[in-house]
Ligand binder design. Structure first.
Ligand code: GUN
Length: 284
């Protein structure tokens, strides 16, 4: 029987700490501000944007959301980002991905000021993460690290296997595990004998975006299993990348979906926005 890592509970604890700090800043007339941009009507993205806005309100963070029509031109979007880059009320800018096909995501990411890039997607911030001297950590991988830390799980010297190599999760996740002194392997769709590699993991991170992809035979008994996947099944229910029912009896710790990594992503976004606001005012 694995211990369930309760992301909702850990997230609430961290959000309370953030709200406290926001309150202390408010006494100095400093209010962190986040701008969230959504282009188009993707229902999952609409839910994420709504949740981000609500989380800001609860933490006392000022937020603006821009819900633009799907046919918004790239030029219009870049103009909005210019405005937000120059707005002192705004400390964080997030363009919700995926963007519609006629907009080049890389151009948009590169246009956001690195000082306001609370997603940590800008090449400058990605480079800083690589070096280990960063201002912002990417939200989902940072959320995973916070879950491990809050659960008393030390990565030093452990075999850490990340399944998935996306720019948003897999690659930065591997880097953060490396900074925590893990021995890190990244697996992907071309990995040979995948189960053999994942079975080596003391800490297994699933970030593939395929429902129930990780099954019990791919997990070493006693492993820590972190499920980054959020997949919607035909019945509308959410499920992760890990087949929870079969893996849970094998693992020592496991995150559920929902209620695992998901809430942590937004918590780390709030943390980055707070950090950016402090940095803008010269507070460390
Ligand atoms: N789409 C899915 N996850 C994310 C995220 O963390 N940031 C942004 N900007 N878009 C996303």
């Amino acid at each position: 029987m694995a211990k369930i890592i309760n992301g909702k509970e850990i997230s609430e604890k961290i959000r309370l700490r953030i709200a406290e700090e926001v309150k202390e800043l408010a006494a100095k007339d400093i209010v962190p501000g986040l701008a969230v941009i959504l282009v188009g009507e993707d229902p999952a993205s609409q839910v994420y944007v709504r949740n981000k806005k609500r989380a800001c309100e609860q933490a006392g963070i000022y937020s603006e959301s821009y819900e633009l029509p799907g046919d918004t031109s790239q030029e219009e979007l870049l103009k909005l980002i210019d405005k937000l880059n120059n707005d002192p009320k705004i400390n964080g800018i997030l363009a919700q991905l995926p963007l519609p096909g006629h907009i080049d995501e890389e151009t948009v990411i590169n246009h956001i000021s690195p000082e306001k890039d609370v997603d940590a997607f800008h090449p400058i911030n990605v480079g800083k993460i690589m070096i280990g001297n960063y201002d912002f950590l990417p939200c989902t991988p940072a959320g995973v690290m916070a879950l491990l830390e809050e659960s008393g799980i030390d990565c030093a010297g452990k075999e850490c296997v990340v399944v998935g190599r996306s720019n948003i999760v897999g690659k930065p996740q591997a880097m953060l595990l490396l900074h925590s002194h893990g021995t890190v392997t990244i697996c992907h769709s071309r990995t040979k004998n995948l189960a053999e590699v994942t079975r080596r993991a003391d800490i297994l991170i699933a970030a593939v975006g395929k429902p129930d992809f990780i099954t019990a035979d791919m997990v070493k008994p006693g492993a820590v299993v972190i499920d980054v996947g959020i997949n919607r099944k035909e019945d509308g229910k959410l499920t992760g990348d890990v087949n929870f029912a079969s893996v849970e009896p094998v693992a020592s710790y496991i995150t559920p979906v929902p209620g695992g990594v998901g809430p942590m992503t937004i918590t780390m976004l709030l943390q980055n926005t707070l950090k950016s606001a402090k940095k803008a005012k010269g507070i460390s």
